[in-house]
Write a protein that binds this ligand. Sequence first.
Ligand SMILES: Cc1cc2nc3c(=O)[nH]c(=O)nc-3n(C[C@H](O)[C@H](O)[C@H](O)COP(=O)(O)O)c2cc1C
Length: 202
Amino acid sequence: MVARMTNLATHPPRVAEHEVLPLLVARWSPRAMSGEPLAAGALARLFEAARWAPSGGNVQPWRFVYAETGTPEMAAFLDLLEPGNRVWCVRAAALVVVASQTTLADGRPHPTHAFDAGAAWMSLALQGSSMGLVVHAMGGFDRARAPAVAGLPDGWAVQCMIAVGRPGRVEDLPERLQAREGPSSRKPVGEIAFRGRFGAGA
Ligand SMILES: Cc1cc2nc3c(=O)[nH]c(=O)nc-3n(C[C@H](O)[C@H](O)[C@H](O)COP(=O)(O)O)c2cc1C
């Protein structure tokens, strides 16, 4: 029997309402990973992609703290995850904590630090997707403990965690996750973009 691997070729393509860059529609968040380490330099390419994201004042308030499979740090990062995420992240090649600096150099609150870190995450995700990797963001982790585990100084907030890995066998996922393994759809443009006033037509 041929194993059902997680990659886009095994799933029906998503259909965009309007013409966009194909990689935007091709990216999705698989959970099935093989457990193998990444190729040398792969993670650096993901962080390089994040580096070029735009940010308010070009402050670049994002930071990425990562752990790779087989290291003590990986065990500690895995332990941060909610059980529902840990169950599939045991086959991740790396886990990443995304942090952002909440204040500007002069001490004032930075109003766009989270927005900027989100832009950097998306660049990272698109780069990983284009390299054929699983890149999956997670909000389900212990936010109280994450800053200490990642060694964040004061003034830094954890935004998210990310699983990165090589695609794996869908059969290795728990049954309930096997059923969900595939690209999801989206709200129509008319529901998210308004001309002039919230709720008005596009
Ligand atoms: C901020 C954020 C938090 C998320 N948290 C989780 C999570 O804890 N567990 C999980 O399995 N997926 C998580 N996801 C993945 C989303 O469920 C997924 O991106 C969404 O359903 C859209 O699907 P797609 O990424 O495959 O297009 C998260 C995504 C984002 C951006």
